[in-house]
Design a binder for this molecule. Structure first.
Ligand SMILES: Cc1cc2nc3c(=O)[nH]c(=O)nc-3n(C[C@H](O)[C@H](O)[C@H](O)COP(=O)(O)O)c2cc1C
Length: 199
């Protein structure tokens, strides 16, 4: 391919293949607590995401991997390898984040710590909830994303325990969040696609 082709943005065959493949994006449930509401929130986001066309979305439940607490075992648990393999096969993430003591859950932090390269140069969106929309937890997560080379997008749907849940347990999201979720997903798809070329 000539200099002028490159100058005008023409892609090589290899670049075309990489950027035209459908994206795989994981919706990661951040809590593992019995009685948690995160599956309801994750399914709602997936329902919105599944109407889009540029990516395959799947729920990724940290609880399914039975991760031990980092460093307390010899590391031979099959869930550790399975967790890394799952992340390695994803191009981007949507973190479902709940606020625990003004931060993310220990389970999500542990799961973040259990991988490194599998997170690198990928994009992520955050959907959070709590008494103040989970904003403090989400901001903590953004700091961690920087260290793991995860590009977290700006648009951030925040759900309130008071107005988007009944009795703090039954999820009844207000319609106003729909546009925000779609805007966030659009940003995740754009950046996930762009970062494929970096990887
Ligand atoms: C240990 C713990 C600490 C919590 N701390 C906060 C907090 O600091 N701020 C807040 O808004 N909600 C807090 N909550 C309320 C949770 O955000 C709420 O229970 C939410 O449903 C938890 O998500 P989950 O059901 O998916 O686990 C806390 C809950 C737990 C269990």
């Amino acid at each position: 391919m000539g200099f002028l082709d490159r100058l005008f943005g023409k892609q090589t065959k290899e670049e075309e293949t990489v950027t035209n493949e459908k994206l795989n994006i994981g919706i990661i449930l951040g809590s593992t607590r019995q009685g948690r509401v995160s599956p309801q929130v994750g399914e709602w986001v997936k329902g919105i995401a599944d109407k889009r066309t540029d990516a395959n979305y799947e729920i990724v439940d940290i609880a399914d991997f039975n991760l031990p607490f980092l460093g307390t075992t010899d590391g031979s648990e099959p869930g550790i390898g399975a967790w890394n393999e799952k992340l390695a096969n994803l191009d981007g993430f949507v973190f479902i984040v709940q606020e625990y003591n003004h931060s993310i859950t220990g389970a999500l932090k542990n799961a973040l710590d259990f991988a490194r390269e599998a997170w690198n140069n990928k994009a992520a969106g955050i959907v959070s909830y709590g008494s103040t929309g989970g904003a403090r937890a989400a901001e903590h997560l953004r700091g961690i994303c920087g260290e793991l080379k995860i590009a977290d997008v700006r648009t951030h749907p925040t759900l309130s325990l008071f107005t988007d849940f009944v009795n703090g347990s039954e999820f009844k999201p207000q319609d106003l969040h729909l546009d925000n979720v779609n805007a966030m997903l659009g940003e995740v798809e754009q950046w996930s696609k762009a970062l494929k070329t970096v990887r």
